[in-house]
Ligand binder design. Structure first.
Ligand SMILES: Cc1cc2nc3c(=O)[nH]c(=O)nc-3n(C[C@H](O)[C@H](O)[C@H](O)COP(=O)(O)O)c2cc1C
Length: 183
């Protein structure tokens, strides 16, 4: 039996999205999946080979995915400069090169982190990510999901790690349902 492989790619300026990505990855691994957790700056093409599920996580900046200017703003607020090198927005521009065979594209699931106090603000990084993925023909498994931080730098709102872990199990259920439908 071949092991299912998931790749969790994240962007994170202050470490909150990274923590949640680890939770999602650990949740998938606890179900027997092979999991590659990769910072968007360091994903290698071989990391993506044979991937059945791609999870993408990113912080919401200015109502959407970060840009070099918003990441520079985060650096001014104390984030490590090296983390500003590349974001999910830029990485998505290489999707067609990274996944050249349309029929072999993995299912994708997307999440973002947002400020708790901005829950009612419009726009989220995950919604933008999902739009781009759909426009490139990727099957988006679930609705974009947001997790919350108490302030720009974090920490995570209580219970968000557990919610991320539960979301990983929900993704597995959706995948099982998808597999049953196509059997
Ligand atoms: C420049 C900048 C713009 C931001 N804009 C928003 C926003 O529009 N909506 C929101 O909910 N949070 C916003 N935030 C808060 C981020 O979502 C928060 O810093 C992020 O979720 C933390 O995740 P990280 O530790 O992985 O970087 C912004 C943060 C920065 C630095």
């Amino acid at each position: 039996m071949t092991t299912n492989k998931a790749v969790v790619v994240f962007e994170s300026m202050f470490g909150n999205t990274e923590k949640l990505s680890r939770e999602v990855g650990d949740g998938l691994a606890s179900d027997g999946w092979q999991v590659v957790l990769a910072d968007v700056r360091h994903v290698r093409p071989e990391d993506l080979a044979g991937c059945r599920l791609l999870v993408l996580g990113a912080p919401t900046h200015a109502f959407t995915l970060s840009r070099p200017s918003t990441r520079a703003d985060a650096v001014r607020q104390g984030a490590p400069e090296s983390r500003a090198e590349l974001g999910v927005r830029e990485w998505l521009t290489s999707l067609d090169v990274l996944f050249p065979v349309v029929g072999a594209r993995p299912s994708v699931a997307v999440f973002d982190t947002r400020a708790d106090r901005a829950q009612h603000w419009p726009g989220s990084a995950a919604r933008k990510t999902a739009r781009v993925l759909r426009s490139h023909g990727f099957p988006v498994l679930d609705r974009p999901v947001s997790f919350y931080v108490k302030d720009v730098k974090g920490p995570l709102v209580d219970g968000e790690r557990e919610r991320a872990r539960a979301w990983s199990q929900h993704l597995l259920e959706l995948l099982r349902a998808e597999t049953a439908r196509s059997a």
